[in-house]
Ligand binder design. Sequence first.
Ligand code: ZN
Length: 148
Amino acid sequence: MPHPADASVTALYQELILDHYRRPRNKGALEDADAHVARKNPLCGDEIDVRLRFDGDRVADVKFGGRGCAISQASASMMTVLVRGKTAAEAQQLAERFGELLRGSADAAADARLGDARALSGVARLPVRVPCAAMAWKALEEGLRGRG
Ligand code: ZN
């Protein structure tokens, strides 16, 4: 894993963020959701809602909706890709790992389990943008707590 400060990695990460923003994954309605959490980030005007459907202990499906800055929307898109099909415990662990990434953990920034979400590691250096990146994951955690 190259160092995140490497210019080519920065460009790649920027491209990944824009790709998820322009072509969001798992965005839209989820008719038979078991949990629905909506959050707002007044600092930036971002809105995110996350809908989860569980099959036993597993996240059978996850969708998000909302609007806002590229970081907020890309982070939500990345989150849905990562947690779909995971157990609730695994999804919770990913959310905690992502929280470490946003607090500047180099270890978390290099953790392959975070997939495309590693592209948001640079947000740790922009404290005002951290809530943008965190909100979809906070909504996920709230949805996981509220299941069943
Ligand atoms: Zn934002």
